[in-house]
Design a protein around this ligand. Structure first.
Ligand code: SF4
Length: 258
């Protein structure tokens, strides 16, 4: 999103990227480190894709310090950074922060096996944060995907990978058990623990947001054709794709046994 704000949105507004201050509200503190990655920097304008990251909990703190309540803030409509006059708040399929698995699974089933998947069935393997989704064709399992959330499940996954005993085509990995709604930057109770009731309320609210796939979102399709020169173009890769870079040892957890 940061690269789109500083490229597409800047061009729409006839602004140089360094004339835009991009603030992101995120569910965790890790996003602050992520925003500092080298590939999120444009040398030409000496500017970052994201200038500041605040967690949702920090936004709450600022509001509390200033005695501002959400109930008192005047509602305003969302601005559509992709052009057009209207903007609807939509989400991808799935709960919380997941959804990549479902999207990639459907796409792979269609492209590789000419199968249209309507309903995705998750099978709980060890706990609700480790689930499996399989595609069968002619009695044979042709796709095997997994969702592994939380460090306990990720650690088990890495150990099994090292032993060559983790046989999945795709794994959706999220650091927080339960996903981003349970992120450490989210609202917490006074004793610092995530409030279970609050979390359930957030999950319920999240499910009420309408689902829209990228393929059926006209603004995203327009963005691909008018700005990114197609989904497979060099520009798309440079703008939207990233790659794994190992963290410097100073930021890695030395007490963690993988
Ligand atoms: S799963 Fe947790 S660590 Fe990962 S992006 Fe979401 S809130 Fe941040």
């Amino acid at each position: 999103m940061g690269s789109l704000v500083k490229s597409y949105f800047a061009s729409q507004k006839n602004l140089a990227p360094d004339k835009i201050f991009h603030l992101t509200v995120a569910p965790c503190y890790d996003r602050k480190m992520e925003a500092l990655r080298e590939d999120y920097y444009t040398e030409l304008f000496d500017c970052r894709d994201i200038d500041c990251v605040l967690t949702s909990g920090e936004v709450m703190q600022i509001m509390e310090q200033r005695n501002v309540s959400v109930k008192e803030v005047e509602e305003s409509s969302l601005e559509n950074v992709f052009g057009g006059t209207t903007c609807q708040f939509v989400r991808h399929e799935g709960t919380s922060s997941d959804g990549y698995l479902a999207h990639v699974f459907r796409h792979a089933a269609k492209e590789l096996f000419s199968m249209e998947v309507q309903e995705i069935t998750y099978k709980t393997i060890k706990n609700k944060d480790f689930q499996e989704v399989c595609l069968e064709k002619d009695g044979e399992t042709v796709l095997r995907f997994a969702a592994a959330y939380g460090f306990r499940n990720i650690q088990n996954m890495v150990l099994k990978l090292r032993k060559g005993k983790f046989h999945y085509h795709f794994v959706e990995v999220l650091a927080c058990p339960g996903g981003c709604l349970n992120g450490k930057g989210q609202a917490q109770s006074v004793d610092g623990k995530p409030e279970r009731a609050e979390l359930q309320e957030m999950e319920a609210l999240f499910t009420q947001v309408p689902v829209q796939s990228p393929e059926s979102n006209p603004h995203i399709q327009e963005l691909y054709t008018s700005w990114l020169e197609g989904a497979e173009s060099q520009k798309s890769r440079e703008t939207l794709h990233t790659k794994y870079v190992s963290a410097p040892s100073s930021t890695a957890r030395v007490d963690m046994k993988w």
